[in-house]
Each structure stands twice: as C-alpha cells, then as structure tokens.
Design a protein around this ligand. Structure first.
Ligand SMILES: NC(=O)c1ccc[n+]([C@@H]2O[C@H](COP(=O)([O-])OP(=O)(O)OC[C@H]3O[C@@H](n4cnc5c(N)ncnc54)[C@H](OP(=O)(O)O)[C@@H]3O)[C@@H](O)[C@H]2O)c1
Length: 375
C-alpha cells in the first residue's frame, strides 16, 4: 500500500478524542490518517475485530447518526515502516505521552509538526526536559485545547460517542517558556505555510470541528481558565464520588483555596503572560486580552459554581469515571502540576497537595475493593 500525496496525519492515541479527530479529518479535510497503536496486539485487534474501522456516533445530532471511517494504514512500534512523520497528533492521556512517543522518536525531527490535544499542564515540560533534549531536532510544537466531549462505547472498543461540540483552540506552543507573546503576523505565517496549521484551518474541517487557530497568549488564557476550573472540580468530585450538581453551593470554600494557590504559582511560572495585559493592550498586531478580569479567584469560584455545578449539574467528571473503571488518572498534570510549581518556587500548595493525595487514595481503595470482590 502506498500513501498518496495528501498530507499524512499520524495519530498516537486512538481513544475518544483521537477517534473523533480521525473520523472528522477524513470526512472534512484532505488528508490521510494513520493511527499508531501501543502494540502489534492492539493493531491486530483493530484490524480483526473492527475491520480497521473506527466509528463515532454524534449523540447531539438528530437520530444520533454513526459515522464510520476505515483506517487501513494503522501501525504499531513493531510494524512501523520507518517513514518520516510529518504531522503527529498526540491524543493519549497526559501521563502516557512520553512512552507513546518513544518508539517514533527516530522519525520525528524539526520538520515534524506535533500537536498535543490533552487536558492539564506540564506535558510540554516533559517533552522539553526528557524527550526532545536535542534542540536542533525539536519538532514544531502546537497545543490544542479541546472542548468537545467524547467517550468510548461500552460494548465496542473502537466505537465512540460524541456528546457535544464546542471548539478546538489551537496555537503554536513555544519551546522557550519565556517566549509566550506571538503577533498576528506569526499566526498568519503559520496558517499559510505550516502544513498542519493549514490542514486544521482548512474548510470545511475548521467549520465543522469548530477550530480556532490563535496566538499562544490567547490560547493560554483559555487553557489556564479551563485548567483551574478542572483543578477545582475534577479531583473533588472524584474523591467524593458525586455528580457535579451534588456539591452546588457547598464547595466554594474548597474552590477558593484551590484557585488562590493555583493562581499564586501560575503567576510566577507564566509571568510574561500575566504582564501581557499591561504591556500589549492596544498594540497593533497583538490581541487585547482581559487576563486579570478572567483569571482572578472571585471570578473563577463563581464560574466553577455556576458552570460546573449548576449548568452541568448532571455531569460526572472524567476523573470520577476513570476511578469508576479503575483506570489511571491525570491528577499529576492537574493539581499535581500546581504542587510541583509550589515546590519549585517554595510556595505552599497544601490544598492542591491534599486533593491530589485524597484522589489517589480513592483510586487505591476502589482498586483494592475490586480486587477483593474478584477473589
Ligand atoms: N474524552 C473527552 O471528552 C475529553 C475532553 C476534553 C479533553 N480530553 C483530554 O484529551 C486527552 C485524551 O483523552 P481521551 O478521553 O481521548 O483518552 P482515551 O480515550 O483514554 O484515549 C487515549 C488513547 O491513547 C492510547 N494510548 C495509550 N498509551 C499509548 C501508547 N503507548 N501508544 C499508543 N497509544 C496509546 C490508548 O490506547 P489503549 O486503549 O491501548 O490504552 C487510548 O486509545 C486527555 O488528556 C483528556 O483529558 C478528553
């Protein structure tokens, strides 16, 4: 089998978000998609059980239609044909990123475009310090912050349910954490010249998947906001094993502690970003951002209360679901990230530390109980 001259997108992590993206890329963009599985065994399962086909049911559309796409070119570390990887989408869980990239590192270089589409913060630090240590060979890095919801079907492993489509925010992620400010000119250059940026912003894909390509500082505002909301809500609802609405009006004290601590360390780690509003407001060629009115404790607590607990009262956060199914959780890249920053800057982050410990204990107890039951 040969690949035609369409852009080729490799996807490592054909789970909920990876499958959603694969199906819609094939439906709406001009490209080939190659899923990269964790092992030959997983690849063969995809080929035999699912006939190399991935399906996504759009639950929010009338009659919940199922869209299926064949992905003939799937590969694994054992079968990979050794071609250069031009575009790589990473949709594993945060804590799986390093291991999932390891087998493909010889095929990734400074001509590769790599996009992380994951929740949480801290993966780019792992890539910088532990994976792409040779500066000359670092890929062009992008970050996606996704507000689509998707989960795996109970009965079929390569079938997924798309629960809601909001948007996918995308920006070029700087390798140097100090270089967070990007101009509209640099954004346009990427959209015109970079193959992955061109593909993600091409029509009709961009419209159908609600892609918003933006400067890094614009993305960071949305990413930090979402991060703190998750830091307040996920670990707490998972530890208490409750739906979001069950703690409505009762948890603002905890939300306040988490938000305050998080903002304190994030303001140091992302100092150029928190100074951006003063330095760049009304500068031509740079977006204006309302950072202080969005990233402050009072506003964040109010939003977690209203958006997470009231508007999404019936939702069960992903971390609670992960514990329910005894899967690993992404806590090290949410509250754990804040704890690490606290250690780095010698600032106490006890509320985040406590939540991290509690949710890990909850997972441990759930696993122990399941093991005892199984005996
Ligand atoms: N799902 C959502 O609605 C949603 C919404 C917003 C953000 N997110 C974020 O998006 C990210 C992905 O979430 P998800 O829900 O799509 O997770 P997921 O369904 O668990 O998918 C992760 C996929 O990565 C694969 N994987 C793990 N290790 C691998 C390896 N070494 N090599 C190749 N593949 C590997 C897993 O394969 P195996 O099955 O073989 O383990 C799985 O298919 C997370 O950071 C999550 O927080 C998710």
């Amino acid at each position: 089998m040969t690949l035609d001259d369409k852009p080729v997108v490799h996807i490592v992590g054909l789970g909920s978000i990876g499958a959603l993206l694969a199906v819609d890329l094939l439906r709406f963009a001009h490209c080939s998609v190659v899923p990269l599985f964790r092992s030959k065994k997983r690849l063969e399962q995809f080929q035999k059980e699912a006939k190399s086909t991935v399906g996504v049911r759009k639950l929010f559309l009338e009659n919940s239609p199922l869209f299926e796409q064949e992905l003939q070119l799937g590969s694994s570390p054992e079968t990979f044909n050794g071609t250069h990887i031009n575009n790589l989408v990473v949709t594993t869980k945060t804590y799986q990123t390093k291991d999932s990239l390891q087998p493909y590192l010889p095929y990734i270089d400074n001509n590769t475009n790599l996009i992380l589409i994951q929740n949480g913060l801290g993966v780019s630090d792992v890539l910088r310090n532990e994976v792409f240590t040779d500066i000359e060979k670092r890929p062009n890095l992008f970050q996606g912050v996704i507000a689509h919801g998707c989960f795996q079907d109970k009965d079929q492993i390569f079938r997924f349910n798309h629960t809601g489509a909001v948007d996918l925010k995308v920006a070029r992620l700087p390798w140097d954490p100090e270089q967070i400010v990007q101009s509209y000119d640099s954004l346009s250059a990427d959209v015109q010249e970079n193959q992955l940026a061109r593909l993600l912003t091409s029509q009709p894909f961009s419209k159908e998947f609600c892609v918003k390509f933006m400067t890094y500082q614009e993305l960071l505002l949305g990413q930090l906001y979402k991060f703190i909301i998750n830091a307040c809500m996920n670990g707490l609802a998972a530890t208490l094993d409750c739906e979001n609405g069950e703690i409505a009006g009762r948890a603002s004290g905890v939300f306040k502690l988490i938000s305050e601590e998080s903002l304190q360390v994030l303001k140091i780690e992302y100092e150029p970003f928190f100074n951006y509003e003063k330095r760049y407001s009304n500068m031509p060629n740079y977006p204006s951002l309302a950072i202080s009115s969005v990233l402050n404790t009072a506003k964040l607590v109010e939003d977690v209360e209203y958006i997470a607990c009231v508007l999404n009262a019936k939702s069960s956060c992903s971390m609670r679901q992960d514990i329910l199914y005894l899967r690993d959780i992404e806590i090290d890249y949410i509250n754990g990230y804040i704890v690490n920053l606290g250690e780095k800057y010698h600032i106490g982050t006890n509320a985040n530390k406590m939540l991290k410990e509690m949710v890990n204990l909850k997972l441990h107890i759930s696993r122990s109980r399941a093991a005892t039951k199984g005996k």
